[in-house]
Design a binder for this molecule. Structure first.
Ligand code: PMP
Length: 287
């Protein structure tokens, strides 16, 4: 691949996009990120992702170096330069490098952030086999830290959980804390019972999914009831349908949890409809 990658103010070939070994994201996981989907070369829910980026930065006293217009221009230029039709734009802001390893946050005026942005091409993103056929998941203990509402690049446990899921023949892991599902390793989690959608309430225990927010709004508009509370793996296994949401998976049915079929073991009508509505609406509103 020879992408044109944005690094600290300019687009460069990916092979030339180099960051210091003292960068705090490399040494400490000290950075935040966002992933915005691209459909038909346009950005899906861009403003939602930018608002969350701002919240992540503020929570960690990181300086968000650009305003909305600048971010939008960089995203659009990355899409255009790389001829991206369907896929994702990944952006990361780190606390930069003060030239040595030190636990303490440096003074931002002495240490500019590192900004990286690149594209990932996924032709036919909205027609993925997983979206049609559904995925299987395993459950695992949620061993992550206590500020999961911050979208930090510290993804060690998410990677571990995803790898364990893959080894078990599954596509995601549902993480469980105090007997209740928090979220997926890289998704928010839902069940459907009697046409009611149940998903965990927002708190520091989960990432406030941008897809989650849009899907709950669209569900209510489609006259589906939404209940925000925790649920157990057993309750999800006994549900009519289950699903996950994320920027890159949209609404994806979950057909099996820990080897137990959910409902018929095939994608059900409520989730299929929600997926359709979500993709349709997001295509229309993309910028
Ligand atoms: N939870 C976690 C832990 C995630 O990594 C993601 C995907 N980034 C989500 C939820 C879904 O968030 P979004 O819909 O904003 O992609």
């Amino acid at each position: 691949m020879n992408r044109s990658v944005y690094l600290n103010g300019e687009f460069v070939p990916e092979a030339d996009a180099r960051v210091s070994v003292f960068d705090r994201a490399f040494l400490m996981g000290d950075g935040v990120y966002e992933v915005t989907s691209v459909l038909d070369a346009r950005l899906v829910d861009f403003d939602g992702h930018l608002a969350r980026l701002q919240r992540s930065c503020e929570a960690l006293s990181l300086v968000n170096p650009y305003d909305r217009e600048r971010w939008l221009a960089i995203h659009r230029e990355a899409v255009a330069r790389n001829g991206l039709t369907d896929g994702m734009v990944y952006l990361q802001i780190t606390r930069g490098s003060s030239g040595d390893r030190d636990f303490l946050w440096p003074d931002p005026s002495q240490c500019p952030p590192t900004v990286v942005l690149f594209t990932q091409s996924k032709p036919g993103l909205a027609e993925s086999p997983a979206g049609r056929a559904g995925i299987k998941v395993i459950s695992l203990d949620d061993l992550r830290w206590g500020r999961r509402d911050i979208k930090s690049v510290q993804l060690l446990y998410a990677c571990w959980a995803k790898t364990l899921a893959r080894q078990a023949g599954c596509a995601d892991a549902w993480l469980v804390e105090d007997g209740l599902v928090t979220e997926g390793a890289s998704s928010n989690t839902y069940l459907v019972k009697d046409r009611r959608i149940i998903t965990r309430q927002l708190s520091r225990a989960i990432l406030h999914g941008i897809t989650r927010s849009a899907v709950l709004r669209l569900a209510r508009e489609a006259a589906l009831e939404v209940e925000q509370r925790g649920f157990s793996i057993a309750e999800a296994q006994a549900a009519d349908e289950a699903f996950i949401t994320s920027a890159s998976m949209f609404v994806t049915p979950v057909i099996e949890i820990d080897g137990v079929h959910v409902g018929t073991g095939h994608p059900g009508p409520v989730v299929a409809r929600l997926r359709e509505i979500y993709i349709e609406e997001m295509r229309k509103a993309a910028i």
